[in-house]
Design a protein around this ligand. Structure first.
Ligand code: ADP
Length: 356
């Protein structure tokens, strides 16, 4: 099994490879642009101030004491900066980073190379840690607590267990669902940090900052329009910005004015709240097929022919946050605000009507 990424603070090749290559003057690929837009240092990160301050304090303390940073678990909807924190933290510590994904950790042997390769004080980031198999989870408990693992060598009657010491490392876990993390695993993280949606002002700062990185002329009001339609996430703010850039290049001599930004987003079906056609389809399915709810998310997922996890992790959080949808003990229900946003008349649904 190969490790996905390993790099260190002196690995200048990797650090600099996201700089635009002007000599070739070619259009960067989406992946290259993703790297260009991702903050490299914590000082470039916008928003999440409370989490940011706590993480900085922990880093400072670890550096002063010359000890490894305690394990940190980040949770929150996709695109809010879990990976960004995980990649910036080792840079602040001046150490190396390994990246693994919980979905590929099916047996203890899958995680062994990461653990044995971890340098003193380095960071091991496990994304989607809730997808790690139970056997792997139990295997890493002693690694997290005492920096040792029990390796089984040989098979059957000849099998013996060897206790192997590890270098002291920091585990950073990221999950979209803390609910799926077992209490024993959760408790082994010294810090547990929840990332919440960004305010439009914070997203507007990100849009302006990234427009500069992409060398795009943009109007402040246009940046705010993009921020307002980004469902509270920097990832979508970046995606929307790039789409608006393409639209401006193709249809409006490259300049991003508020009008151009709105036309571009309209063309992708992104509405005034930032919902895309898929978000609306989810709400509309509940309204049309299930009379507005309450309905179990699995039933909606089956009707839409999509995995329930996608709805729960990626679609629902922002709809809940925007009060377009609520979770009741009997399932999901579209709110009055949600019905109105979709153009339905709440009176046609089972809403308690005022008598007077
Ligand atoms: P997650 O791991 O939570 O899904 P990421 O860390 O991959 O989210 O963030 C997605 C993108 O959003 C990043 O590549 C980066 O460009 C941008 N981003 C995330 N957090 C911030 C932040 N605090 N400030 C500026 N940009 C951010």
């Amino acid at each position: 099994m190969t490790r996905e990424v390993i790099y260190g603070p002196d690995d200048s090749d990797r650090y600099n490879r996201d700089e635009p290559d002007r000599s070739l003057d070619r259009r960067r690929t989406t992946t290259e642009e993703d790297l260009l837009l991702r903050p490299k240092r914590m000082s470039e990160m916008v928003g999440q101030r409370e989490v940011y301050e706590r993480v900085l304090i922990a880093i400072d303390a670890a550096k002063k004491r010359g000890e490894p940073l305690g394990h940190i678990l980040f949770d929150g909807p996709p695109g809010l900066g879990k990976t960004t924190f995980a990649t910036c933290i080792p840079r602040e510590l001046g150490t190396t980073l390994q990246i693994a994904n919980g979905a590929t950790l099916k047996a203890p042997k899958d995680i062994v190379p990461y653990l044995t390769n971890a340098e003193e004080g380095s960071v091991l980031f496990i994304d989607e840690i809730h997808r790690m198999q139970k056997a792997v989870e139990e295997f890493i408990y002693p690694a997290m607590e005492d920096f040792r693992i029990d390796l089984t060598l040989g098979e059957g009657a000849n099998a013996r267990t060897m206790n192997m010491p590890l270098k002291q490392f920091t585990l950073i876990g990221a999950t979209t669902r803390t609910g799926l993390i077992s209490a024993p695993l959760r408790d082994r993280f010294q810090m547990r940090e929840h990332l919440d949606f960004y305010t439009p002002e914070e997203l507007s700062v990100i849009v302006l900052m990234n427009a500069e990185k992409l060398q795009m002329p943009i109007d402040d009001v246009a940046a705010m329009e993009i921020a307002l339609r980004s469902r509270g996430t920097p990832r979508l703010a970046n995606n929307r910005l790039r789409w608006v850039r393409d639209f401006a290049d193709a249809r409006a001599d490259g300049k991003i004015t508020p009008k151009v930004a709105l036309r571009a987003m309209d063309m992708q079906g992104i509405d005034s709240l930032g919902l895309d056609p898929f978000d609306r389809k989810f709400l509309e399915t509940i309204c049309r097929v299930f009379s507005g709810g309450p309905v179990g998310v699995e039933a909606v997922a089956h009707t839409m022919n999509i995995a329930p996890d996608t709805l729960i992790d990626e679609v629902e959080p922002f709809l809940l946050r925007s009060e377009l949808l609520i979770r009741t003990p009997r399932g999901r229900k579209v709110t009055e605000k949600g019905l109105e946003h979709l153009g339905f008349n709440p009176a046609d649904f089972d809403f308690p009507q005022t008598l007077f």
